[in-house]
Design a protein around this ligand. Structure first.
Ligand code: AHR
Length: 516
């Protein structure tokens, strides 16, 4: 039927029809009056491991450093993190956690023993940043601490005593030791990880073996006073669904609150990682396709969890995610220092949009990592600091924290290079407690502005504000010489007409549009 109509029309009419259909391609319907799931603010969490220049030189320079600091914490970095209002910070690892012995990191720093950081560059760890330094830092930046205990090379007794040291309010050997080290009050930590990647660097265990170990460690991870630990079991390597099945089956559900999963966006492969800054458009789409691949993992691990925990009480904790490229040329391969381009901003936007969408199961996520490591939000040199494109996306996405997830329907054109093809727009929608509707949009098209028609159902919109992150090209990044090539700015290219909002979404941009 369509063909017959087209045969009879003029070239001009055909052009008009194709124009109209193109103009209608990009459409978003937001159901502002529907939604019950809260996007847990902990989805916007971060991760700082003793790895490279993340802690040392990044967060901590020590009180005697000539770099401006507050009690040893690097001031520029601390202020930038404070501004981001991060909900939680995971520490001390990663792989480092399973060779970390917490008693080495307490007491007078001059008396603390050193160790070799065998995972990360074989450097000497002087333990000057330990439990007190971490807990104080978490307090200063207003983040909840999330500690990962040592299962791989530690003992049940060691982990149990660490929790007693941190949380017990009475008189006991560990609480007395804490007091002697200058901290009278217990810190009452909530988030506690029982090991990390125990299928690999955390002990090369089988799922069955780890499930038993988890039961033993979790038994002696005690609650003190009114404080209830939120215990997180070490989860699967990416798509190892058997790991999730075995843990859900063998660990009594009242012994665990969260189950972690790790997912890295690798361009190329583990053995042939590609550059963080030099890439063509097909590789760019490959990276973004792989980033979006986390959704399949969430759905499949989630489906297994649903069988055992249909109420979704147990959180899926994506406590390591982000891009992993070749290290920057000339840097220590064990330090995982990489640049961060506008491509990473899109990875962050796509990943956070997916976590929001699955907020009924994903209760926490932690970007890997905070300073100078992998998809860092901040890069430093000796005296200076830059904010990465990824930092700006986290800044932009603040309104989604603790907002109600809204359903939406998106129709978007595609973008394609070589054998890669993806939807050009990627969206998440939520409603803040004050009724403001938040629409985050990534336009991954490198050079095409996209006119998006938004229908706002269930809200009488009166005003719109917007901000965006963009850059001259998909491989743009900030340097110590040019710090604001990629930055956040006010955005005005939209028009509100009753419940219809037209947005001219710039090429290669991430937007946050807020409708009241
Ligand atoms: O984030 C870097 C490393 O990646 C972590 O230490 C480990 O858990 C993961 O394999």
């Amino acid at each position: 039927m369509k063909t017959i109509v087209f045969k009879g029309i003029t070239a001009l009419a055909a052009f008009l029809i194709s124009f109209i259909s193109t103009a209608q391609t990009n459409r978003l319907i937001v159901n502002a009056d529907q939604g019950s799931v809260i996007i847990n603010k902990h989805i916007y969490g971060h991760f700082a491991e003793h790895l490279g220049r993340n802690i040392y030189g990044g967060i901590w320079v020590g009180p005697d450093s000539k770099i401006p600091n507050e009690e040893g914490y690097r001031l520029d970095v601390m202020k930038a993190i404070q501004k981001l209002e991060i909900p939680n910070l995971r520490w001390p690892g990663g792989c480092f956690a399973d060779e970390y012995h917490w008693t080495d990191g307490i007491g007078n720093p001059k008396d603390r023993p050193t160790m070799i950081n065998t995972h990360w560059g074989g450097v000497v760890e002087d333990n000057s940043f330990g439990t007190h330094e971490f807990m104080n830092f978490a307090k200063k930046i207003g983040a909840e601490p999330y500690i990962t205990g040592n299962v791989g090379s530690g003992s049940v007794d060691e982990m149990s005593k660490w929790i007693e040291y941190i949380n017990f309010d009475g008189v006991s050997p560990m609480s007395n030791l804490r007091k002697r080290n200058g901290q009278d009050e217990p810190w009452n930590i909530k988030y506690w990880g029982v090991g990390n990647e125990n299928w690999g660097c955390g002990g090369n265990m089988t799922a069955e073996y780890y499930a038993n170990e988890y039961r033993r460690y979790a038994t002696y991870a005690r609650d003190y006073g009114a404080n209830k630990l939120y215990k997180i079991a070490g989860g699967a390597n990416s798509n190892d669904y058997n790991w999730t099945e075995v843990l859900m089956k063998n660990i009594p559900l009242n012994m665990m609150d969260g189950l972690s999963v790790h997912y890295y966006t690798m361009t190329g492969s583990w053995t042939d990682k590609k550059s963080a800054t030099v890439f063509d458009r097909e590789t760019y789409l490959e990276t973004l396709r792989k980033a979006a691949g986390i959704e399949e993992l969430i759905e499949r691990h989630g489906a297994i969890m649903d069988q055992y925990d249909p109420e979704k009480r147990i959180g899926m904790i994506v406590d390591e995610w982000g891009t992993w490229y070749q290290v920057e040329p000339g840097t220590n391969p064990g330090f995982l220092y990489q640049q961060n381009t506008m491509r990473d901003a899109h990875v962050a936007a796509i990943s956070l949009n997916i976590f929001n969408k699955h907020a009924d199961r994903v209760h926490m996520a932690n970007l890997a990592q905070t300073v100078n490591v992998l998809q860092a939000i901040i890069l430093t040199n000796d005296t200076d600091m830059i904010l990465t494109p990824t930092y700006h996306v986290f800044d932009l996405y603040k309104p989604h924290k603790d907002a109600t997830l809204l359903s939406h329907h998106l129709v978007t054109e595609e973008v394609s290079y070589g054998k890669e093809k993806l939807e050009a727009l990627n969206v998440s929608t939520s409603k803040s407690p004050d009724g403001t509707v938040n629409i985050s949009i990534a336009n991954i098209h490198p050079d095409k502005k996209i006119d998006l028609d938004v229908v706002l159902r269930g809200i009488s919109a009166k005003s719109v504000t917007a901000e965006y992150v963009t850059a001259p090209s998909i491989d743009s990044y900030n340097t110590f010489e040019k710090k604001e090539v990629v930055k956040k700015a006010a955005f005005k290219d939209f028009k509100l007409d009753k419940d219809n909002l037209k947005i001219a979404v710039p090429a290669n941009s991430v937007l946050m549009v807020r409708v009241k």
